[in-house]
Design a binder for this molecule. Structure first.
Ligand SMILES: [Mn+2]
Length: 322
């Protein structure tokens, strides 16, 4: 194998996945997409939102079994596991509450996958690694953060990471493992309230008192630079969100910055195509999530061993980039 294609959050968009794999030169033979020289890596969030979730899971599982792809866990798979898993300490309750909001976010998966089939997919999700540290590059769903990884490693030295006990511990709010997994799969956040700012509303109209931190921005230090709130996202008052430019972020919020020597690929942070320097990629970090689940293209980064990343290696199918 001479190269890797790191593929962004698919979110149920099977047609886009087949289009991208085909464009990248993968050909289906004996039921498996293969490339003569390359392997695919999925950054997680295969499920939720789109209409072709089973097709995607079948494609990726066949590739993983055949050794033509690897996949790391996304927050949506983690949530699916927690939604389906009874709390060992509280039988009858689930690790992720079956609330109206959680059910709505998960509705497409629940509708498309039968309860019987779900059991097997969930068991598979439980085996996915939380990150991959490979020869020359790294992959994680949301944030590469070594202290959180060390915490996970301490726990999995005694607890099987695919066991219900592991997911129960990772779902216990306030617990050490909970925070570590949140950082890796959802990214670190800062409190807007602490800066005297109101909640912002996301694309699904959910209000947020916390904003995601742009941990890949190693030079930024102000709220405007570090808080990942889409500029001009319409807010309740009808205007853009009032991010103050010159307020310095707290040191603890800046401490998530990535200073590692290997490039990191990640998803999770909804980006708008085409990729923008500094916001979506730097020389050592690249997001591959360009909102395939919300009308954007499915994107891969075609990596051939370069230690310094470039936006020239972002690839999307021509059918998908209109
Ligand atoms: Mn995600």
């Amino acid at each position: 194998m001479s190269g890797y294609d790191i593929i962004g959050d698919v979110h149920g968009e099977g047609t886009k996945l087949v289009g991208l794999l085909t464009h990248l030169g993968y050909v289906k033979s004996n039921g498996v997409y293969r490339h003569p020289q390359r392997r695919a890596i999925f950054v997680g969030d295969l499920i939720d939102r789109g209409e072709e979730q089973v097709e995607i899971l079948e494609i990726v599982r066949a590739m993983q079994t055949a050794g033509t792809a690897q996949v790391v866990m996304g927050n949506h798979e983690f949530n699916a596991i927690a939604y389906a898993t009874e709390d060992p300490a509280h039988p009858g309750q689930f690790l992720r509450e079956h609330s109206e909001k959680n059910e709505r976010q998960h509705a497409q998966f629940l509708r498309q996958v039968s309860p019987e089939a779900r059991v097997a997919w969930i068991e598979w999700f439980k085996t996915w690694p939380l990150w991959l540290d490979l020869d020359g590059f790294r992959v994680v769903h949301a944030c590469w953060h070594e202290p959180s990884m060390r915490m996970v490693e301490r726990v999995i030295s005694t607890v099987d990471p695919s066991s219900d006990d592991f997911f129960a511990r990772a779902s216990t709010k306030g617990g050490d493992l909970y925070h570590a997994v949140e950082v890796l799969l959802k990214g670190p956040e800062l409190s807007l309230e602490r800066y005297g700012l109101p909640p912002f509303r996301d694309k699904d109209e959910h209000g947020h008192k916390q904003a995601r931190i742009r941990w890949w921005n190693v030079t930024g230090h102000t709220l405007r630079e570090m808080a990942d709130i889409p500029p001009g996202e319409p807010q309740e008052n009808g205007g853009a969100y009032p991010l103050v430019q010159d307020v310095a972020c707290d040191e603890t919020e800046l401490a998530y910055a990535y200073h590692g020597s290997k490039p990191v690929f990640f998803g999770h942070y909804w980006r708008t195509w085409p990729a923008a320097w500094g916001l979506d990629w730097t020389e050592s970090t690249a997001s591959v999530d360009f909102s395939a689940g919300a009308g954007g293209p499915l994107v891969a980064y075609r990596w051939d061993g370069e230690p310094t990343l470039t936006d020239e290696n972002y690839v999307t199918s021509p059918d998908d980039s209109r």
